[in-house]
Design a protein around this ligand. Structure first.
Ligand code: WT7
Length: 653
């Protein structure tokens, strides 16, 4: 064991021996205590009392490092500042209109201390929640690290969410402070972030102070005794804030994600297990080392950004690149020109982004020397072999392996992926290959038996892993129900999967009412609720339609209230209603006005029927019919809906 574990922390190159990978995997599952203790010891702890892995009788069935004490900000900053990495670059930042900023670990350390000191001055204490609603500027990681430094719990809300969605998240977390900016730029246009906050705060009661970062020199409305310019409050001189010594299970952040009801889930991550998982997976999957310039293109507002833009790279002492703007601005080669300029060696992005660049054409990449790239990654949705091959050939020059990484907001970090930091297995385009050490993944049939090779089923995780969510904020019952009730005792992912003859995992998309739109998770019920909140709408059903670039796009069916009639104007009004409540990322591509929705006798919307009509599949192709619906009923519902759409009541985008 000792022998094998040595491979992990010292790995600098791709290890050729797959048997090493297998042996490490086996040992991690057989003896989690020694394995994770060893991995945790790469990091700094104030105290190490008791076991690393503590079995619990209840979900999530283990508490990680519950009696150990640490601080993530100490590990991400102070530890490096005390080493030769003090003046190593932590982030190169570039704004859309070309502004640049470089932050060393020491710079970042000072900024985080100043921010943390201000948070304390305005009364934020350990356990308090702060909501961060910022564009991709350095103050975003800075404010997150400042929060975890003092044991406050951050809730970052993605900038693409609108006022209602923001208010809902602030209310659920009962945040005392909101951190925001005076604006950001997107495709050359100023976007007024602060106005969204002002609108949201009309519907909240807990927020005492709003800290506004000056980014865009935009003239914003400042409300007295509530809104403060960050640069006016923060002290000019350097401050030092002693990091809080936090238990391994102290919540470090909440990140809201979509589930199968209208209300977003407050996925809550701990401190010790999450930290170890971020550090471990960053090394094993990306083989990251001190020569790398690493770029994860995700917005920090999603889990990919939390773990692989902020915590993973900083814990491992890496140099990252951070970009604020659109991928194709001012021209479609923006990404490739930045990869060339900064000499980026590792690129981690989404299949949607790859398909978008593919559509623009490889000639844009050919204009630049991007041979510096040595590892490519994808995340967020299944990658189709065509996009995989394009990425491999035109971006990786047929020499950079692609790590297709499967995981979820809930898992904290990567779970199934090639692991070049350990040993690189032969890749199969479209397969995320094998689970990481500690991840006991399996495919179950509907009735809970392990599926046979090539038999499609549901992905489950049979043992607790360090990166697991610790609960859903304020809702432990929903936590148990969502993840541990489908199959008793094991974690249910909500994904379809298949394991092939060679044991490779293929992830096949969501098995529940959650859509994947350009890699973002959108709840159909959340969208339906938002539509119904408009006075014209009596009923609605939202489903996902396949899309060549975004994978899925939301399509809405709407039944109007008496007194309203279908019109192109009303369609635009409803789409704008979604843009202004949930946000532009959730805007339906099309709205069909129908006189009724196909429903079962007990009133359940027949989603598969609607899906079949939208995808123009014959009803014979819908493999499983809705529960309690006869073939005859389903056929009638299908025909009726098709007829209504053909009669032109639907108004296309
Ligand atoms: C869902 C989780 C994981 C961070 C970003 C998304 C899908 C994710 C893959 C992949 C196939 C994937 C799953 C999963 N997914 N990665 N490599 N191959 N599907 O996090 O928003 O919580 O979404 O994304 O359906 O359940 P998320």
């Amino acid at each position: 064991m000792e022998q094998l574990l040595k491979v992990l922390p010292t790995s600098k190159n791709i290890h050729p021996d797959i048997n090493v990978l297998k042996a490490i995997y086996r040992q991690s599952l057989e003896d989690p205590e020694s394995f994770w203790r060893k991995m945790a010891e790469e990091l700094f702890w104030y105290e190490k009392n008791g076991p690393a892995y503590d079995p619990l009788p209840e979900p999530p069935y283990a508490a990680w490092f519950s009696h150990w004490k640490t601080n993530i900000s100490y590990n991400a900053l102070d530890r490096h500042v005390d080493s030769w990495r003090k003046n190593k670059v932590a982030y190169y930042w570039e704004g859309e209109n070309g502004e640049r900023q470089t932050l060393t670990y020491y710079d970042l350390y000072k900024e985080v201390n100043r921010f943390a000191s201000l948070l304390k001055d305005i009364g934020i204490k350990k356990g308090d929640r702060i909501t961060i609603y910022l564009p991709m500027v350095p103050e975003l990681p800075i404010s997150m690290l400042a929060a975890v430094r003092i044991g406050a719990i951050h809730s970052v809300v993605f900038g693409g969410f609108a006022a209602y969605a923001l208010a809902e998240r602030i209310n659920d977390s009962q945040s005392k402070v909101v951190v925001t900016a005076d604006g950001t730029f997107r495709r050359g246009r100023l976007f007024d972030v602060k106005r969204v906050v002002d609108e949201a705060l009309k519907h909240t009661t807990t927020v005492e102070k709003v800290l506004v970062i000056k980014r865009a020199n935009n003239n914003v409305n400042m409300i007295e005794d509530r809104d403060y310019w960050y640069h006016e409050l923060v002290s000019f001189s350097d401050s030092y804030v002693e990091p809080e010594r936090l238990d391994g299970i102290h919540p470090s952040f909440i990140l809201y994600t979509s589930g199968t009801t209208g209300k977003p889930k407050g996925v809550t991550h701990g401190t010790g297990g999450y930290m170890v998982w971020a550090n471990f997976t960053q090394r094993v999957v990306f083989d990251i080392n001190d020569k790398d310039i690493y770029w994860c293109t995700a917005d920090i507002g999603w889990i990919t950004g939390h773990t692989y833009v902020v915590y993973g790279p900083l814990l491992t002492g890496a140099t990252s690149f951070l970009y604020e703007g659109a991928p194709d601005f001012p021209q479609p080669d923006r990404w490739w020109s930045m990869i060339e300029r900064y000499g980026i060696t590792i690129l981690y992005t989404s299949p949607t982004a790859i398909r978008m660049h593919m559509k623009n054409g490889e000639e844009w990449a050919k204009k630049h020397n991007i041979s510096c790239l040595r590892i490519l990654g994808t995340v967020g949705e299944p990658i189709n072999p065509e996009a995989w091959n394009w990425y491999y050939k035109h971006i990786g020059n047929e020499k950079a392996p692609i790590v297709d990484t499967w995981w979820q907001t809930e898992t904290g970090g990567i779970m199934i992926s090639p692991q070049p930091g350990l040993a690189l297995v032969p890749l199969k385009p479209g397969s995320a290959t094998f689970p990481l050490p500690g991840v006991d993944a399996d495919v179950y049939t509907e009735d809970g038996r392990s599926a046979r090779p090539d038999e499609k089923g549901l992905l489950v995780i049979k043992k607790p892993w360090p990166g697991t969510l610790i609960t859903l904020w304020g809702n432990p019952e929903r936590f148990k129900r969502s993840y541990y009730s489908r199959f008793p005792g094991v974690y249910y992912t909500g994904d379809f999967a298949v394991k092939d003859e060679d044991g490779y995992f293929w992830l096949l998309g969501r098995a529940d009412e959650v859509l994947k739109v350009a890699g973002h998770r959108i709840g159909t019920i959340e969208l339906e609720d938002a539509l119904i909140s408009h006075p014209a709408v009596a009923e609605s059903a939202v489903i996902g339609k396949s899309d060549p670039v975004k994978m899925q796009v939301p399509i809405a069916f709407v039944v109007l209230r008496p007194g309203y009639s279908p019109s192109p104007q009303l369609r635009i009004e409803l789409i704008n209603h979604i843009r202004e409540t949930i946000g532009p990322i959730a805007a339906p591509q099309t709205i069909y006005f129908v006189s009724k929705l196909p429903k079962t006798r007990s009133g359940k919307i027949m989603r598969r029927i609607i899906g079949a009509v939208v995808e123009e599949k014959s009803i014979g192709d819908t493999t499983t019919l809705e529960d309690e619906t006869s073939v005859e009923e389903a056929r009638r519902a299908y025909e009726e809906l098709k007829l209504e759409m053909e009669r032109g009541i639907g108004v296309e985008a």
